[in-house]
Design a protein around this ligand. Structure first.
Ligand code: FDA
Ligand code: NAD
Length: 520
C-alpha cells in the first residue's frame, strides 16, 4: 500500500515561486514539519533566469549554490540546509528532538492530484495529504516533436527550462565548440540563447516566423474595444495552430486562430467585422517589442555576426547515422547546417494535473486577488496563475520572475492572514519584465497596449545606444521600456507606468524622452 505523509502546507513545485513562498512562510511563522516542498527537480529552488544568462558564460559561469533563491532580488540565499534548519528554530531548547524544518522533497514528481481528497500522489506512489496546497508547477517548453516537426528527436536539439536541460546544453557547447548553432524561435529564449552561443564562439543563425503574435496583439486590442465581442481569430495555415502560447494572446473565447504566411484574418462572429492584415513587419519579441525596438536588436545581433532568417519556421531536422542533428530544414526550403539546435518556441503552463478539478482561464488556473483558486484551501502562483490584474481591470497570466516571486509571497500572506482572521490587500501588480544579452539590458514596466512613442538613440551602430519607448492608451502613458537605463532611470519608468500620467502631444513626448518620466 502507498506510503502516506501529511502536511499543513504543501507547495507543489520547487522553482522560483516555491522558494519565495518558503521564505515567506518562515518569516511569518512556521512550526517544524508543517511545510513540504515537492519538486521533481534535483536541487533546491534557484533563480531560473540565470540558466539562460550567467550559467552559459564561457568563463566564470554561474553555478549552484551561487544562485539559489532569493539572491535574484537581493535577498538571503536559501541553501539546501536552510530548509531543514528553518522551522526547527523553535526547538533549539531541545536539540535532540530536532525535526526537519521544511521538508524539501527533491526528485519527487507528482503524477496525480486529487483535490477532493486533498491528496497528491508521487511517481513512487507516496501520497501527500495537505490542509493547504500551493500550486507552483510553472511552465514547460513547447516541444517541436509534439507539434509534428519531423526529426525533432535527433540528438543535440536542446530546450531550456531547468538545470538538467542547462547542463546538457553546457556539455554540448563544450563538445561542439566553434561549431554551427541554429536557434529556433525569436522570443526570450531565442534572443538570450542566440547571444549566449555567440559568446561561446558558435556560428549562430536564428530562425523565426513573421510577427504573427504581435499582429494578433493588435486584434486583441480591437476585441477589447468592441467589448470583448465573441470572435474567432483566423490566421491561415501555419504550423502553430493550437499552441497554447498563441492562444493566450486572445482574451475572448474561443481562443482559436489560424496563421498563413501572408495574412492574419480576424472574423468577428456577429458577421459585422472581417478584417485582415499582411504580415509585413518582422518583430523579434512579439507582444512586447515594437518594430523600432526590434530593429535595434536585430541590427545589434547582425553586427555581432548573428544571421537572422525571418518569416519561416523549422519544418524538419536531418541527422546522421548516430542520430546527431546535422541540419534544420525550413518551411521555405532553406537548409541550415547545425551542430547544435536550441529551440525556444514558447512555454505552456503545467496545469494538466488539475484539469477538470479547478476553474481555468486563459490557459492558467483562475485565482482571485489572493491567489485562491476555485477550490478552497488550494492556491496557485507564478506562471500557472491567471489572476486579476487590478491596474488593468482584467485577468492575466504572467510568465516572468518578478511576478513569480511576488505572487508567492502574496499567497502565503493571504494563507496566514486567513488563519488569523485578518484581511490583507488584494494583489496589485505592476508588470515588470527584463532581459540581458551581450552588454545590453532592458526593462519594461506596465502594459504594452495602445500607441507607441520611441525616444533616444536606437541606432545599433552607435557606440552607446540608449533608447526607450512609451505606450499610450486613452491619452495616458501605460507602459514604458528602457534599454541601457541606470537603476535610477529604471525606477523612473516604473513610476510612470504605475502612475499613468496624461499626455496630449506625442511628438513632444518623443522629444522629452526620459525627461518626461523625471518630471512625473
Ligand atoms: P518554475 O518553472 O520556476 O518552477 C516550477 C517548478 O515546479 C519546477 O521546479 C518544476 O520542476 C516543478 N514541477 C512541475 N510539475 C511538477 C510535478 N508534477 N511534480 C513535481 N514538481 C513539479 N523571467 C524574467 O522575468 N526575466 C528573465 O530573465 C527570465 N529568464 C528566464 C530564463 C529561462 C531559461 C527560463 C526557463 C525562464 C526565465 N524567466 C525569466 C521566466 C521565469 O523564470 C519564470 O516566470 C519563473 O521561474 C516562474 O516561476 P514558477 O515558480 O511559477 O515556475
Ligand atoms: P516566447 O513565447 O517568448 O517566444 C516564442 C518564439 O518562438 C516567438 O518568437 C515565436 O514567433 C517563435 N516561434 C514559434 N513557433 C516557431 C517555430 N515553429 N519556428 C520558429 N519560431 C517559432 O517563448 P520562449 O522564448 O520559448 O520562452 C519560454 C518561457 O520562458 C516563457 O515563459 C518566457 O517568459 C520565459 N523566459 C523569459 C525570459 C525573460 O523574461 N527574460 C527569458 C527566458 C525565458
Amino acid at each position: 500500500s502507498a506510503a502516506e505523509r501529511h502536511f499543513k502546507y504543501v507547495i507543489l513545485g520547487g522553482g522560483v515561486s516555491a522558494g519565495y513562498a518558503a521564505r515567506e512562510f518562515a518569516k511569518l511563522g512556521l512550526n517544524p514539519g508543517e511545510l513540504a516542498i515537492v519538486s521533481k527537480e534535483s536541487v533546491a529552488p534557484y533563480e531560473r533566469p540565470a540558466l539562460s544568462k550567467g550559467y552559459l558564460f564561457p568563463q566564470d559561469a554561474a553555478r549552484l549554490p551561487g544562485f539559489h533563491v532569493c539572491v535574484g532580488s537581493g535577498g538571503e540565499r536559501l541553501l539546501p540546509a536552510w530548509y531543514s534548519e528553518k522551522g526547527s528554530l523553535s526547538l533549539v531548547i531541545i536539540p535532540s528532538l530536532l525535526l526537519d524544518g521544511i521538508e524539501l522533497m527533491l526528485n519527487t514528481e507528482i503524477v496525480k492530484a486529487d483535490l477532493a481528497s486533498k491528496t497528491l500522489t508521487s511517481e513512487t506512489d507516496v501520497n501527500f495529504k495537505y490542509d493547504n496546497l500551493v500550486i507552483a508547477t510553472g511552465s514547460q517548453f513547447v516541444n517541436l516533436s509534439d507539434v509534428g516537426v519531423q526529426g525533432a528527436n535527433a540528438n543535440n536539439i536542446f530546450y531550456l527550462r531547468d538545470i538538467d536541460d542547462a547542463d546538457k546544453l553546457v556539455a554540448a557547447i563544450q563538445s561542439k565548440k566553434g561549431g554551427k548553432a541554429v536557434i529556433v524561435g525569436g522570443g526570450y529564449i531565442g534572443l538570450e540563447l542566440g547571444a549566449a552561443l555567440k559568446i561561446n564562439s558558435f556560428d549562430v543563425t536564428m530562425v523565426y516566423p513573421d510577427p504573427w503574435c504581435s499582429e494578433l496583439h493588435c486584434y486583441h486590442k480591437l476585441l477589447q474595444l468592441q467589448n470583448r465581442m465573441e470572435c474567432e481569430l483566423w490566421c491561415l495555415s501555419c504550423t502553430l495552430e493550437n499552441l497554447s502560447h498563441a492562444g493566450r494572446l486572445v482574451s475572448s473565447e474561443p481562443d482559436r486562430f489560424r496563421c498563413t504566411e501572408l495574412s492574419i484574418e480576424l472574423i468577428v462572429l456577429d458577421g459585422l467585422t472581417k478584417s485582415s492584415v499582411s504580415r509585413r513587419q518582422v518583430i523579434l519579441v512579439p507582444r512586447l517589442f515594437t518594430p523600432e525596438i526590434a530593429s535595434f536588436y536585430e541590427g545589434y545581433y547582425a553586427n555581432k555576426g548573428i544571421k537572422i532568417v525571418k518569416g519561416t519556421v523549422a519544418a524538419g531536422f536531418d541527422s546522421n547515422s548516430i542520430g546527431d542533428v546535422t541540419a534544420v530544414r525550413l518551411k521555405d526550403g532553406q537548409i541550415l547546417e547545425a551542430d547544435i539546435v536550441v529551440v525556444g518556441v514558447g512555454g505552456k503552463p503545467l496545469v494538466t494535473l488539475f484539469k477538470g478539478q479547478v476553474k481555468e482561464e486563459k490557459g492558467g488556473i483562475k485565482t482571485d486577488g489572493f491567489f485562491r483558486t476555485s477550490i478552497s484551501d488550494v492556491y496557485a502562483v507564478g506562471d500557472v496563475a491567471t489572476f486579476p490584474l487590478k491596474l488593468y481591470g482584467e485577468d492575466r497570466r504572467v510568465e516572468h520572475v518578478d511576478h513569480a516571486r511576488r505572487s508567492a509571497e502574496h499567497a502565503v500572506k493571504a494563507i496566514k492572514a486567513a488563519e488569523e482572521s485578518r484581511s490583507i490587500e488584494e494583489y496589485d501588480y505592476l508588470p515588470y519584465f527584463y532581459s540581458r544579452v551581450f552588454d545590453l539590458s532592458w526593462q519594461f514596466y506596465g502594459d504594452n497596449v495602445g500607441d507607441t512613442v520611441l525616444f533616444g538613440d536606437n541606432d545599433p551602430k552607435s557606440a552607446n545606444p540608449k533608447f526607450g519607448a512609451y505606450w499610450i492608451k486613452d491619452s495616458k502613458v501605460v507602459g514604458a521600456f528602457l534599454e541601457s537605463g541606470s537603476p535610477e532611470e529604471n525606477k523612473l519608468i516604473a513610476k510612470v507606468a504605475k502612475l499613468q500620467p496624461p499626455v496630449q502631444d506625442l511628438e513632444q513626448l518623443r522629444e522629452d524622452g526620459l525627461t518626461f518620466a523625471s518630471n512625473v
